[in-house]
Design a protein around this ligand. Structure first.
Ligand code: XMP
Length: 199
């Protein structure tokens, strides 16, 4: 089960944007404490489903960097790690043509695979990558995303593990970028217009 974010009258404590980021970040959507708590809970869900079996974690570059590091440190399972690189060319925030920039190195045939991405938005990326992995005949493929922005979904796809459902805003931080900036923010924030790209 994912954590539904309540943006108004939230029971979740809202955090102030650190002064250093005031010009660029409109608000903190998910703070460090909420991220840490949810990542731990996700790890427990995944452990339960994988029942101690070795898992090949396949993470998509580069937005998963922080989520992945936190998630695998919490995962009490034997695991091997590999990465895939996917870029979309299409302008703005729309996912355009997908190009693979890094292929899998490990053989996943007959293996249990956990595919990890930062955000499920239109669903094109996860759908395409999952199909590519499925063609390699893993024993089982599960998908895990930190964020689920279902408002813009065009593909019929859902992730098996979701950290947070979020509204239709462009988010940055905790690995997510805008033009390769802001990945280092320890929280997930909303980019301030007019910096914010057209959704
Ligand atoms: P799709 O639309 O294919 O998108 O599900 C998945 C990829 O698009 C990027 N993306 C975002 N990146 N803030 C970001 O920093 C966002 O709000 C956002 N929405 C989509 C991301 O790389 C993701 O893997």
């Amino acid at each position: 089960m994912s954590a539904q974010l309540k943006t108004k009258n939230s029971k979740l404590k809202t955090s102030a944007v650190p002064p250093r980021w005031h010009h660029e970040v409109e608000r903190v959507l998910i703070n460090e404490e909420q991220l840490a708590r949810r990542v731990k809970a996700l790890a427990r869900e995944i452990e339960k489903d994988f029942c101690g079996r070795e898992v090949v974690v396949v993470a998509l570059l580069s937005g998963t960097v922080m989520f992945l590091a936190d998630l695998i440190r919490q995962l009490n399972l034997p695991l091997r790690l590999d990465f895939m690189g996917v870029s979309s060319y299409g302008g703005g925030t729309e996912s355009g043509r997908l190009v693979f920039t890094k292929e899998l190195r490990l053989d996943v045939r007959g293996r249990d695979v956990l595919l990890v991405d930062d955000i499920l938005d239109t669903g094109k990326t996860l759908g395409r990558v999952a199909a590519k992995i499925r063609a390699l005949r893993p024993r089982r493929l599960k998908t895990c995303v930190l964020l689920d922005k279902s408002a813009r979904r065009v593909e019929k796809i859902r992730a098996d593990y979701v950290g947070f459902k979020i509204p239709d805003v462009f988010v940055i931080g905790y690995g997510l970028d805008f033009d390769e900036h802001y990945r280092q923010l320890p929280f997930v924030g909303v980019l301030r217009p007019p910096i914010c790209p057209k959704a």
